[in-house]
Design a protein around this ligand. Structure first.
Ligand SMILES: [Zn+2]
Length: 249
């Protein structure tokens, strides 16, 4: 199955990023995604336009209406979840539903400001493979200042693993986007995209497994400057397709 999926990616690469299509090998359908927003403003129309061109179908829900959809009976309709939200807190019941969903292998993509969510839910660090800290934090016993952001930075992004299905065939690229500096990135994650940009941490995207789910955290994506960048669109498409493969429902 893994070979089949790799072959699919390769075939899509030959046909170009815009023609990239995603069909889940086991489920034999196009991934159906639950997009969760809320807690942070964004250009809704332009973001929706970009998503509508991806090789997936999706439903969008904003907080406070998102958490009921994480329950077993509702989330079973979806192959993966795309977070583009930024709430500070999450009720305990929703925490449990979130983790149960990931135990069942539901794929997860944490996009841009969704990396900055849930200041008071430590488990979210393990789910996202890191954390944007709004408050001082401690690393190896040493207090660190809060993380920082800067808008409109033009910087170089390198492909850290050219063999991974998410980055296969993607070349190093230059993009103008918001950077996140002084963030925490867990040591066990698999680097996908890296940068030397001093206002950003060393990684721009990584993957890892949480419970039984594939997770990709991709910190680019503040506005249409990145949403119209072919590398961004390609990486987001491939991330959604790749994490959806871990869904077993
Ligand atoms: Zn932003």
């Amino acid at each position: 199955m893994r070979h089949l999926f790799s072959a699919l990616f390769f075939a899509c690469l030959l046909s170009g990023a815009t023609l990239f299509s995603c069909r889940l090998a086991e489920q034999k359908h196009t991934p159906h995604i639950l997009l969760i927003t809320g807690g942070h403003e964004y250009e809704v129309e332009a973001f929706d336009r970009m998503l509508s061109e991806l090789p997936v179908t999706y439903d969008k829900v904003a907080h406070p209406y998102a958490y009921p959809l994480l329950k077993d009976s509702e989330i079973a309709k979806y192959d993966a979840v795309l977070l583009y939200d930024m709430p500070k807190e999450i009720p305990e019941e929703a925490q449990n539903d979130f983790i149960t969903m990931l135990r069942k292998g539901k794929g997860l993509v944490v996009l841009h400001h969704a990396f900055c969510s849930y200041d008071f839910w430590p488990e979210y660090t393990r789910i996202a493979g890191g954390r944007y800290h709004h408050y001082p934090w401690t690393k190896a016993g040493v207090e660190q200042p809060p993380s920082s952001f800067r808008h409109g930075v033009t910087f170089d992004v390198r492909v850290a693993d050219p063999t991974h299905p998410v980055t296969q065939g993607i070349r190093d690229f230059r993009i103008t986007d918001e950077t996140y500096g002084g963030t925490e990135i867990l040591p066990g994650v698999h680097p996908l995209l890296s940068t030397d940009e001093p206002t950003n941490g060393p990684l721009v995207a990584w993957s890892h497994t949480y419970e039984n789910s594939r997770v990709v955290t991709f910190t680019l994506g503040h506005d249409s400057l990145s949403w119209t960048h072919p590398a961004f669109v390609s990486i987001l498409s491939r991330s959604l397709c790749w994490v959806a493969e871990s869904n077993r429902e």
